[in-house]
Design a protein around this ligand. Structure first.
Ligand SMILES: [Zn+2]
Length: 113
């Protein structure tokens, strides 16, 4: 389950931000997880709740935002919406798609005190 390592990464990032911006507690975390990423949001939530005790995010609420998958079709030269990484183009059926978004995970916003 690579979500545990990812969650640890998120917590480290929060600690770095806390040091840089001088806050002590995180109240809420908005985490963007792309539909095309390999991250399972429920597994990530589970990990977050499992390891946050004793950290600055102990009472933090976790808000997960799914960002849509986007790709560029090299056959019809259009930006298209994809649901899975190896989808073919919804417009022309071509399979030469280049993923341009929705394959990442990032902390979008924090509510801190
Ligand atoms: Zn196409």
């Amino acid at each position: 389950m690579h979500e545990m390592a990812l969650t640890e990464g998120v917590l480290r990032l929060l600690e770095d931000q806390a040091a840089a911006q001088h806050f002590e507690r995180v109240r809420k975390v908005w985490l963007e997880i792309g539909e095309l990423s390999t991250v399972d949001p429920e597994a990530l939530r589970f990990c977050f709740e499992a390891i946050r005790a004793g950290t600055l995010a102990e009472d933090a609420a976790l808000e997960i935002i799914r960002t849509p998958g986007r790709a560029y079709c090299m056959d019809c030269s259009k930006a298209v919406r994809v649901v899975q990484r190896y989808d073919s183009c919804p417009d022309c059926g071509g399979d030469r798609l280049q993923v341009t978004g929705g394959d990442e995970m990032r902390v979008k916003e924090l509510e801190v005190e």
